[in-house]
Design a protein around this ligand. Structure first.
Ligand code: FE
Length: 278
């Protein structure tokens, strides 16, 4: 019989404002939960106010990590300095390796009554921080789905039940979009020593004898499987797993490097206009 990991902590996230006054909930990258190494940040967008995101996230740089945008409801128009442009529709994922630098703009738009999605930042190790930028737009129909009695799992990155997600990353992370119906159980095996978090973003789950309602981040202790049971209105869960980098982190706005001098260099490079020219 395999072990089951116990809950280390549950975090409610912090309301914050980013971009051009966009209101969101920062779930990771907060004073209480600085990171779940190698995951640096998770922002959750969820609004039914048509004007809440209208100005979006105009031109801004990134260096030193990967950004992942996942849309559930609504869409996001994006553009970048490497020449990519497109529209993320509901269910689509954009996976970008910012590497040594990219400038992009992200403008979410409500399609019906709600806008809902995530932005996740995944750190890169020192040896990959200055790689050339790479970008992937992944339409929903290219994301394999494992269905079972009581739910489904969309495999965005990594392998689950013999299906491998289309996202290419320099990090050996696993990212799954898990949806469970009322009372359904779900468990997943992972290698000992791997880090993970669950972001319960709809409904609620029971895990390790605790009831956790959305929106929440759950972190775990120990090794072994993770087990959850969906609550009365089911559950939607973003599952993220990776191997900790255990490297020093110097973070300044949209730049995440290892040292302060690398951050100074990033700011200088950006100010001198050398970002996004390759
Ligand atoms: Fe961005």
């Amino acid at each position: 019989m395999s072990n089951t990991r116990s809950i280390a902590n549950v975090y409610a996230g912090v309301p914050t404002t980013d971009g051009a006054g966009v209101k969101l909930t920062r779930m990771i990258g907060t004073p209480e939960l600085d990171q779940v190494d190698p995951f640096l940040m998770l922002d959750r967008m969820d609004t039914d106010e048509p004007d809440a995101y209208i100005a979006g996230f105009p031109d801004h740089p990134h260096r030193g990590f990967e950004t992942v945008s996942i849309m559930f409801e609504g869409q996001m128009h994006h553009w970048d300095s490497v020449g990519n442009e497109g529209e993320l529709k509901p269910g689509d994922v954009q996976w970008m390796t910012a590497g040594r630098g990219i400038i992009h703009s992200e403008i979410p738009e409500m399609l019906e009554e709600r806008l809902r999605g995530f932005q996740l930042w995944i750190n890169l190790p020192a040896k990959h921080k200055m790689v050339a930028p790479k970008y992937q737009d992944i339409p929903a129909d290219q994301i394999p789905v494992v269905t079972f009695d009581g739910g489904s799992v969309r495999v965005i990155r990594g392998t689950y039940e013999e299906l491998t997600g289309p996202a290419e990353s320099l990090m050996s992370v696993r990212v799954l979009d898990v949806n469970l119906t009322t009372g359904a159980g779900w468990s997943i095996s992972l290698e000992d020593g791997r880090n993970l978090f669950l972001c319960v973003h709809e409904g609620s789950v029971n895990s390790d004898s605790r009831e956790v309602a959305a929106p929440s981040i759950i972190t775990f202790d120990g090794d072994g499987d993770v087990q959850v049971t969906a609550g009365d209105s089911g559950a939607s869960i973003l599952y993220c797993e990776g191997t900790a980098l255990n490297e020093p982190i110097a973070r300044y706005g949209p730049f995440v490097m290892n040292t302060h001098s690398e951050i100074r260099q990033a700011v200088e490079d950006f100010n001198s206009g050398s970002f996004g020219k390759f």
